[in-house]
Structures are given as C-alpha cells and as structure tokens.
Write a protein of this length. Structure first.
Length: 40
C-alpha cells in the first residue's frame, strides 16, 4: 500500500499545483430538477 499512497499523493500534489478545477455536471437548477425525487 505504500507505493499506492505515494502515487496518489504525487497525483494530488500535481493537481493542486496546477490549480485544476472541478467541472460540475449540473448547475444548481439542473440538480434541483433532476434530484428532486430524492429530497424529502
């Protein structure tokens, strides 16, 4: 597990150093519409 943890940490540092952004699939309006059946 040591090698896996090292590789994940290196990948994470690279993503953070390059300031990668998350491309969300939904706008909040789309999420409300598509996920409304899951809300109580």
């Amino acid at each position: 597990m040591g090698i896996l943890a090292y590789e994940v940490a290196a990948w994470t540092r690279g993503r953070n150093d390059n300031e990668k952004k998350i491309n969300w699939a939904f706008t909040s309006e789309n999420a409300d519409e598509k996920l409304s059946k899951h809300y109580v």
